[in-house]
Design a protein around this ligand. Sequence first.
Ligand code: BGC
Length: 799
Amino acid sequence: MNLSRKARPADRRLKATLGSAALALMIAVPGCAISGAPESQPAVMEAVEGQTIAAYATALGLKGEARAEYILARMTTAEKLGQLNQMAGGRQLALNSRINEGEYERVCAGGVGSYLHVAGAEFLGELQRVAVEESRLGIPLLFAMDVVHGYRTIFPVPLGIAATFDADDAELSARVAAVEASAAGLHWTFAPMVDIARDARWGRIVEGAGEEPFFGSAMARAQVRGYQGDDLTRSDTIIATAKHFGAYGAGTGGRDYDSADISERTLMDVYLPPFHAAAEEDAASFMVAFNDIGGVPTTANKALLNGLLRSAWNYQGLVVSDWNSVVELIAHGVVETRAEAGALALLASVDMEMTSGIYAADMLAAVEASPDLQAALDASVLRVLRAKERLGLFDTPYAYHDGAREAEVMLSPAHREAALKVAERSMVLLRNDNALLPLKAEPGKVAVIGALAGDARSMIGSWKAQGREGDVVTVVDALRTRLGEANVTYELGAGTREAADPAEIARAVAAAKAADVVILVTGEDYNLSGEARSRSDISLPAPQRALAEAVLAAGKPVVTVLMTGRPLDIGPLDHEGASILVAWFPGVEAGPAVARTLFGDAVPAGRLPASFPRRTGQSPYFIGHYPTGRPADPDLAKDSARYMDIPITPAYAFGQGLSYAAFEYGGLTLSSGTLAPGGRVTISAAVTNTSGVDADEVVQLYVRDPVAQVARPQQELRGFARVAIPAGETRRVAFTLAPEQFAYFAPSGQFEADAGRIDFGIGASSADIRLTGSFRLTAPIVAAGPAAAMATPVTVSEE
Ligand code: BGC
C-alpha cells in the first residue's frame, strides 16, 4: 500500500483534439483537459475565467441546495454520468494501488465522483485538490472505505459489538472509527450493515447485529449517530451507509448473494425495520443488496427503491450500488446489455455506481435519447451533490486532509481504551456450571491451548480497514504478561483448518495434564466468516473439535474461550460442568479483554444477538418464528413441528448470557391494563443484584400478540437495557410502549395493530423470562412505519 503523496508530472493535459468550446474551458481551468468534446449547451460555457463552476457559484453567494442546483444546470451529460461514477482507487488489501496518472486525468475531466478503497490525508488531499481546483466544475470527490469496526483501532467485529447489548457501545465504536477514518481523508464508510441475519450459515452474519429486527434497529440508529454525529460538516464525522438494502440477509440456504424468496410481510416486518430506523436517523447513504427478492434484483427494484424508500419513506439520501451490482444485472438475467443494466439501475434511483463503470462508459447515447433517463440522472446527480454539500466539502474541501491530525489520532490511548471497554462488554458467558470462572488471581500453572490464542489476524476479524496485526495484544500474550511467563505454557494443538497432527495434539494434552487449569481458545478463524464465507456446516472445524475432545478428556479444569464470527454448533465443548466464554473476534485489545474477563476484573454481561442452533440443520433458527397449527411437542409420538433427533429449542437463545453475579426480578408494575390510540403504557421491574459482585444485567422485554389477522411471532423484543447494578442493590427498569409498536404488515398492505390482548415478559433472555403480564389494546390502529423500527424509551432508577 502506498499512502505517500504521489509525484505527478506537471502537465497532465491530454493531447486530445478539442473543439473551440473545449479550448475555452481549458483556458478557464488551466492544467486540466476535458475528455471528449463538451456539448454545446450554452449554460456550460458560463465559467468565469480562472474559476471553476463551483467556485463561481460560491462567489455568487450560493450555498447548499441552491449551489448544487446551479452546478447541476451547468454540467454536461458526460459530467453528470461521471459524477455518479465510483471507481476503485485500490483494493481492500492494497489501498490506493489503482490511483495512477490516468485517474488524475479522469478527475480533471470530471469523469468520477468518488473513489473507494483509498486512504491517507495528504495523498487524498492532492487528488481532492485536482478535483476542486483543476477540473472545470470544481466538484469535490467523495473518498470511501469499508470502515466497519474501527479504522486503525479495531474494535470487536460487529456481531461482538452487538453482543454488548448496549447501543452506547455501538455508537462509541462507530464514533472512534469516524474520528480515525476522517483523519485519514475519508468521508464515507460502507457501514453499518443492518441486514437481519437469521441463518448462521451466512458468513456475513459477523457484520451485523444478528437476528432480531427491534434490536437491529436500535443498533442501526446508534451506529449512524456514531459515524455521522449531529453535524456532518464537522471534519471528524463521516457519512454512514445502511446496507445492504432489501433482504440481503435472507439468501436461500444461508448462501451469500443468493435469492431471497420471502413474503412481503417478512420483508416489511423483519428485514426492513433496521433500514427504516437508519433512514429516520438520517443516514446519508444506503447501499443496495447484490441479491434479488423473488426474482427482482434489488439494484433494479423500482418498487422497493422508488416506491418504498424514496416515496413512502421520503428518503432523500444517496443510494450507492454494491460492487459491480449494476453490471451483475446481466448475470441475474434481467437485461442483456451493459447500457440496459445501467438504465434499469438509474431508473430505480441507484445514484452512484460502484465500480462497474457503466454509467460513465455506456450510457451517454441512451440518456441523450431518453427524457426519463435524463430526469433520473439529474435527480441522482443532485443527491450526490447534496451529500457533498452535507459534508461541507464545497466550502472546506481540505478539512479531511490534515496530516498532523491523522498522525495524532490513530490508535491513541483513548481509542485503545474504548476498544478494550467494548471488547470486555462484548464477552458472553454461555456456561459456568461449576463457577470455575472467574479464575483465582493465582491459578497456579496455566496451559493455554489453541492456535487462535496467538492468532492476531483473527483477533481483528474481517474488514480490518487499517488494522494491523502488530497492534493486537493476543490472548496468550496478555496471559503471559498477567501471570508471568513461567506460569504459562502455550501449545497450538491444532490449526483451524488443516488436518490435526496427532503429535501436536498429544503435546497439548501433556501440557493440559501438567497444568492446574487449562484455557482452551478455540472456534473458527476470522476467514471462515465474512463476505462469501458461508458454511454448510457450522460445527467446530474438524481439527478444533479433535483438539477439544482430547483436551477435555485430560480431566483437568478447562475454561473455553470461543472465538467466532457466527453462532456455532459447539459440540463437545457444551458438556456438563463446562465454562464457556464467547469472545467473538475482539479487536486490538483482545488479550487484555479476555484476560480481564477470565480473572473477574471485568464481569461478563454480553448477550447473544443471534441464537446458537444445536445443529446446522436447525438453521435458520430465530426467536421470531410464527406459531404453527401443531406446535413443537417433545413427545415424538405426536406429529408436531420439531425434529426427531434434537429438541426444538436452540443450544443458546437470543439474549442469553450469564454473569459472575446473580439477579432477581420482581416488583412488576404496569401503568394501565389498557393502551388506547395515542396512549402509552409503562411496564417496569425491579432487578436486584443478589451477589457480592458489582455487575451489569441486561434486562429484556419481549411481547407477543396472541390473536391477530395473521399469525404473529412467538417472541418479539420490544425493549432492552444494560444496567450496572452494584452488589446488593436494586434498579427499577421501566419500558414505555406505544400502540404502534404492535403493528404488523397486515393483509390490507398497511401496518395495523388490532384491538385485543398483548402478552409480555421481562427477563434475562428470550429463554429466561422471569415476569409476565398482559394488557389490552383498546382499538385498532394504523401505524406509519414498521413496529420494530420504533425505539422504546427506557428509564432506570434506584430503589
Ligand atoms: C460488499 C459491500 C462492500 C463493498 C465495497 C461488496 O463486495 O458487499 O458490503 O461495501 O464490497 O467494499
